[in-house]
Design a protein around this ligand. Sequence first.
Ligand code: FAD
Length: 317
Amino acid sequence: MSVLVVAEHTNEQLKAATRHTVTAAAAIDPDVHVLVAGRGCQAVADAAAKIAGVKKVLLADDAAYEHFLAENMANLIVGLAQGYSHVLAPATSNGKNFMPRVAALLDVAMISEITAVESPDTFVRPIYAGNAMATVQSGDPKKIITVRATAFEAAAAEGGSASVEPVSAAGDSGLSGFVGRELSKSARPELTSARIVVSGGRGLGSGENFKILDQLADVLGAAVGASRAAVDAGYVPNDYQVGQTGKVVAPELYIAVGISGAIQHLAGMKDSKVIVAVNKDEEAPIFQVADYGLVGDLFQLVPELTAELEKAKKAAH
Ligand code: FAD
């Protein structure tokens, strides 16, 4: 039977997490369909149809899905699930919101945040904040799965030529309503998809001091993240948090500044390709996962690093 991927998007743009999830789906069965549910999202459906490996796109264009409310999304997906052996969504805030509801309505187990597909019924997923990986086998007739996008390569954005078929909306459940959304605006790349992430911890000492990380991030074209201690201290907003209870990132380069490397922080960044740590304590656990370590005062080292990178950048032009 076919596999259905629920697309993550903004109603205008398809998000990269969808393409990573398509790769996971294709490892289960090559007949991958994508559901685009939203409002005014034809362009998203067209983009989904071009993803390499996607065979069909289902478009549910209705006001009920504009804000991806879990109750409405779940009703739609449950209705469509009949034709599919597996339904997958990226483990984003949206996917984590509606997929458990889908599983409950279908009376099957939720299989959360898989990082590998062993076979169509067997998957690998982190447990104990990523300290151990569990291989789980599901005997349920339908598998409802969220996918840790960073664990799978993105399917190519071009190469597919799937048909786009409208599907009827399941309507508004009336159980919840959308009140408002406050989005933080940043000229920087989005944290979970950035190629380079510069993160700061309690060692920064204040929100004002995060400016030195901003300068480093500007030279590198990086996103800025933070430890929970930095967020809890009010240095930076909540959406900067990397870790077990924050965002999971796996960029090509992760620079941890003034972060001790608590297990809950590592859970969100240890799969980064190259890890650089700047810390004055040479015993800090972050150095156990770091590929490169700078032991010293961040207030001296980070501006020096930024200046050297600026010089190198100018020399390259
Ligand atoms: P600290 O541990 O205080 O480390 C600060 C570091 O800065 C130290 O290593 C110090 O040597 C260094 N430093 C200080 N001054 C300087 C200087 N001038 N120059 C260089 N280095 C300096 N944490 C997360 O990050 N993300 C999560 O998602 C998360 N989830 C959690 C969930 C639970 C259930 C629990 C219990 C905890 C969670 N935590 C999380 C918190 C985690 O346990 C740590 O408390 C937190 O990560 C510590 O943040 P930190 O490294 O910034 O601070």
